[in-house]
Design a protein around this ligand. Structure first.
Ligand code: ZN
Length: 392
């Protein structure tokens, strides 16, 4: 931390003392200003917001430089007592540049002020844990994957057991990442024929379910726990082992309608009671299991680490997924960027592909930013209130 304390210009005005208990909850005057243009700025902003609140920042530093030579780290801020029985975890940056969105929401949530002011009624035995930029290398370098070329949200599998097999991906790996880019028409025709055969969901599943056989491929789940996976597990052991109730909101972008925050039920337990509890907290939820989500079932998402490391707790989790561009465009940006890595493209092409990838996951538009903040804040407040209703 620098010696200079930067006072955030966005600190919300203190709400007028309520004349009625159902007072308006605090909000941010200009939420679009919560968003940053680089990982380094986002990180500084988040840490300043924590410091302004008097909260400590716990950093797990990665021994690799950022895109501009900056320090890369997973930063954790705990807002609330260390022995709280109820814990709400907010995660950003599992997928690199998707972290612009999550980081802005986390910074805004810190700037809203003390948790007690955010819900009607008392806050009981509750803490919030912000995990900022879980994949800091990808965030800084504008890659969705980690420094190991691994999709962190496919990496939380049991590596002592046989790894999942994605036979569908095997059929299209070389079509997705052909030797030349842009792909020849014959390649795109072959992919279109495959998509025709398996349908849109089948295609999405083939590409993004997760695969463990092609280290230079897309949605590669890895062959060992990545640095970020290990960092997450250590954080969960430090902060989650004493909790009875753990909720989490893992913030993503790139799927669904522009600016819409889809609340996707995220749990290895698919039973009705847990889904019903989550539905009561957050309202309308989608499910990858029933096909109501813009996402699909995946192997090894980060929520599985939460179950593994904190088995004593009851868990209630969502992914909050914000739409950006149409899926076709997002997938093309992903393919192009992966192509530069697979074939070792020159610096100019790599830089251009990464800039396009960043733009696909982070629209630089005020309407999108305002919509993201509104829905992020709402989902957070709903989780905080929901946690109060479960026994500990
Ligand atoms: Zn994501």
């Amino acid at each position: 931390m620098t010696a200079t304390v930067t006072l955030s210009p966005l600190k919300p005005a203190r709400p007028a003392r309520p004349a009625h208990p159902m007072h308006a909850l605090p909000d941010i005057a200009d939420p679009t200003a919560l968003f940053s243009a680089s990982y380094a700025k986002a990180r500084r902003r988040f840490r300043d917001a924590a410091q302004h609140r008097g909260l400590g920042v716990e950093s797990t530093v990665l021994d690799l430089p950022g895109a501009d030579g900056e320090t890369l780290a997973v930063d954790v801020v705990r807002d609330g007592p260390l022995d709280a029985a109820r814990l709400l975890i907010v995660i950003s940056g599992v997928h690199g540049p998707e972290g612009y969105c999550g980081s802005a929401i986390q910074t805004g949530l810190l700037e809203l002020g003390p948790l007690e002011g955010l819900i009607d009624g008392p806050l009981r035995d509750t803490a919030v844990l912000h995990i900022h930029a879980l994949n800091p290398w990808g965030f800084s370098h504008s890659r969705r994957v980690t420094q190991e070329n691994v999709d962190l949200n496919r990496n939380c599998v049991d590596f002592h057991a046989p790894l999942p097999v994605n036979a569908a991906y095997a059929e299209i790996h070389d079509l997705l990442l052909p030797a030349t880019w842009p792909p020849a028409p014959a390649i795109e025709e072959a992919l279109a024929a495959y998509a025709e055969r398996v349908g849109p969901k089948g295609m999405q599943r083939a590409i993004s379910l997760g695969q463990y056989a092609w280290a230079d491929g897309m949605f590669f789940g890895g062959q060992a726990p990545t640095w970020s996976n290990r960092a997450l597990r250590a954080i969960l052991r430090r902060h989650g082992r004493r909790c009875r109730q753990i909720a989490s909101i893992d913030i993503h972008t790139g799927l669904g309608p522009y600016g819409h925050g889809e609340r996707i039920f995220a749990s290895p337990e698919q039973g009705a009671p847990i889904f019903e509890r989550a539905r009561q907290w957050w309202g309308e939820l989608t499910s990858v299991e029933t096909g109501s989500s813009s996402s699909i079932p995946m192997t090894g998402p980060v929520q599985f680490a939460q179950w593994d490391e904190c088995p004593q707790a009851e868990h209630t989790n969502i992914c909050l997924e914000f739409g950006t561009l149409p899926m076709e465009q997002v997938q093309q940006a992903l393919r192009a960027e992966h192509w530069t890595r697979r074939y070792g493209a020159d610096a100019n092409r790599t830089t251009a592909a990464r800039a396009a990838l960043k733009a696909a996951f982070y629209p630089d538009a005020n309407d999108w930013k305002a919509a993201v903040w509104r829905q992020g804040r709402e989902a957070f407040v709903q989780a905080l209130a929901g946690l109060q209703r479960v026994p500990v």
